[in-house]
Design a protein around this ligand. Sequence first.
Ligand SMILES: [Zn+2]
Length: 145
Amino acid sequence: MRRSIETIDLDHGSWLRLDCGHPVNESASAVNDDEPADCALCDRAQLPVGLIAVGPVRRRHIGDPRPCTVMTPTAWTVLTVESGAVRVGGRGHSDRPLAAHARAVLVAGALYQLTAVPDAVIELQRLEFPRAPVASTDVGDRTGE
Ligand SMILES: [Zn+2]
């Protein structure tokens, strides 16, 4: 999957990563920072390290009258089948039906087709990188506006 390279600024320097959150590998770092790189980890739906759950779990029914739905999550998402069964067609998945309590990782920005067989309730949990270290609110080092 094509990803852009971004620079992450930390207090003690900066480093490069792909905008999906995966590290830049050797082949990617050899190319220009301005050009997209292929991410094999996204192709396998492998969660980047360091993500945390953000926001409420969204529950969704798939089935009669619409047994099929198409979605492109804007962030990494964990899909949990609460009841019924659902096929996950898309990046990193084999399209086999997932039964209740099964989980699937949905890659940020990838297209998925979810098909209930014949009915399912799913839960979607969004994952993101923490925006700042937990202790930073106590430090009082904010600069002026
Ligand atoms: Zn990736």
